[in-house]
Design a protein around this ligand. Structure first.
Ligand SMILES: Nc1ncnc2c1ncn2[C@@H]1O[C@H](COP(=O)(O)OP(=O)(O)OP(=O)(O)O)[C@@H](O)[C@H]1O
Length: 257
């Protein structure tokens, strides 16, 4: 459903700081796959997500999503069918708007009319029913400004808003990394529930090897712009955290981390 074909990306081309990251990078993702992506610092994980979302340009190659060539599509166009949750809880939602307004905005994504158009009683009840599923009591705070919520509550809301309209792909960019261990665990469980219940094809970058092994049905380990481990669900259970950690340590030492 997602194909990255012969991707080339060099940062600061032609300058003294030129850095070649991807040289003919390929990746094929099947419908419904939930992929964990791990790797050393600077291995290209964020760049890969940015390339898929259109946040950075590529020098060569093609990106196909559901057999459509999206290579030339701008980021805001792709955001209509690619949901994204960032590491920073402040990024995925609007702090100066209420929970209700944030949900209405997400609900009307890509539509031309204003955000208040969709907020009637029936829609509000629907948003409340979605919030109830988070089990955080946010359904009783719909008029609270999102900036006043905790990081975990904001990430839960970001997960909800990014998946409330039909999307082709969900991108999770270290979305639990800024949270305390317990909240991060809760958000990971919530993520798993949402992804499984909707069957959304998902790419999750994480530094948490346990999450990478325990969640999702495929794991990729990246190093220097290449995939060094690509394991399916059963393979990754066999490999286990210890082996992954061993490989991870080897590549991290190699790049001086
Ligand atoms: N905007 C940029 N300009 C120049 N170089 C960049 C830029 N963004 C990333 N890079 C370089 O590309 C390489 C890959 O970076 P990237 O952020 O994609 O890695 P990462 O695997 O996400 O790392 P981390 O785990 O530290 O977040 C690094 O060498 C980085 O310095």
């Amino acid at each position: 459903m997602l194909t990255l074909n012969q991707i080339y990306k060099t940062y600061n081309k032609g300058s003294i700081n030129e850095s070649i990251l991807f040289s003919g990078f390929n990746l094929t993702v099947s419908e419904g796959q939930f992929i964990s992506i791990v790797g050393s610092n600077g291995s290209g994980k964020s760049s890969l997500l940015n390339i898929i979302c259109g946040s950075i340009d590529i020098d060569g190659g093609k990106i196909l999503l559901r057999n459509k060539d999206i290579t030339g599509k701008r980021e805001h166009k792709r955001s209509q069918f690619i949901g994204r949750v960032f590491q920073d809880p402040a990024k995925g939602t609007c702090p100066n708007m209420s929970i209700l307004e944030n949900m209405s905005l997400a609900d009307n994504k890509g539509k031309s009319y204003g955000l208040s158009a969709g907020i009637n009683k029936k829609r509000t009840d629907y948003y409340k029913s979605l919030l109830e599923q988070l089990k955080l009591g946010l359904e009783d705070k719909i008029n609270v400004m999102v900036g006043a919520l905790s990081g975990g509550q904001r990430q839960a809301l970001a997960l909800l808003t990014s998946t409330m309209t039909p999307i082709d792909l969900l991108i999770l960019d270290e979305h639990t990394a800024a949270l305390d261990p317990k909240t991060s665990e809760n958000i990971m469980e919530l993520t798993d529930r949402i992804v499984k219940s909707k069957g959304i094809t998902t790419l999750m970058v994480t530094h948490n090897l346990r999450f990478a092994v325990n969640y999702g049905n495929r794991i990729l380990m990246m190093h220097n712009g290449e995939i060094v481990i690509d394991a399916t669900d059963t393979e990754k259970q066999k490999i286990g955290i210890n082996k992954l950690l061993e490989v991870f340590n080897e590549i991290s030492i190699e790049c001086g981390n």
